[in-house]
Design a protein around this ligand. Sequence first.
Ligand code: UDP
Ligand code: MG
Length: 334
Amino acid sequence: MNNKPVLTIVIPCYNEEEVFQDTAKQLTDMLHVLMDDNLISYDSSLLFVDDGSHDRTWDLIESESLVNPFVKGLKLAHNAGHQNALLAGLTVASEHSSCVISIDADLQDDINAIRTFVEKYHEGYDIVYGVRDSRETDTFFKRTTAEGFYWVMRKLGIQLIPNHADFRLMSKRALDELLKYKETNLFLRGIIPLLGFPSTKVMYDRKKRLAGESKYPLKKMLAFAFDGITSFSIAPIRFVTSLGFISVLLSILVGIYAFIQKQMGHTSTGWTSLILSIWFLGGIELIAIGLVGEYIGKIFKEVKRRPRFSIETNLYSKRDKKKRLIHSGNHGRG
Ligand code: UDP
Ligand code: MG
């Protein structure tokens, strides 16, 4: 194998001073093994993204990079949040990598799966999702909220890979496609399955955090879930419209009921017209809000400026043609 892929492992870190050294050591060892086994190039590296930490995380990254040639660092000016930190790392890594793997700093995800990821890449997969086998190490609360989240997302028609967080490999071309999605609220887990490209899953056991505490408290988790829903779906708007129609329908039923009550003389003056107006107008208002919402939904989809297609193979390009020839001959990439 002459052209071995350059792998960059992107690790977002927010106040991770307790785990950094351990993580850097374990991942460096992993890189060494993969390099020695000719799976990746010696230009491969670890890219630590400091997401505006308040502790010594950046100092540690910086000093490690002086003694460890495989460690690179990126410091964000302020805390941009996990997804944005990850995206920053991916953007920088895409410039000089053939593939990238993203993993959390606390190494809850099994780093031994990295080897399988790279092997899958060699088999020709562009996206390899790390999927956790069990959620036993999570608290009951985290487990049920996560399950609820996947359920709601599925109901709203958003394709997520269940039990997959942000531990995954992406090839350069898949990453380049991802970076064409310019929307500000980028919900990576929802967009990546939209990209297409040959993809596969690798199962692993998720462990406990190395040290420190979760940087995803309930508030951040809820914000994340809400963000995921609202940046992908206008279903909540549709819900308002249907509520409006239901209300108008009910107003007809209430109308019949009120009419009967009136005929039987059970009503006081003014009640019938009042109750009817409330139900009917309420329904009309909800429908109107829903309609305005439909247009806002259209604007919402428009301003995201998502790419309308992504090309996987183009036989006009010599590179793709060559790759096809290699693939039909042997099943390796490198
Ligand atoms: N993280 C980050 N910015 C934040 C919050 C978290 O970069 O604002 C990083 C954090 O350092 C870790 C990863 O995102 O590498 C996942 O966070 P954590 O392990 O705390 O989440 P959990 O595993 O509890 O969901
Ligand atoms: Mg974690």
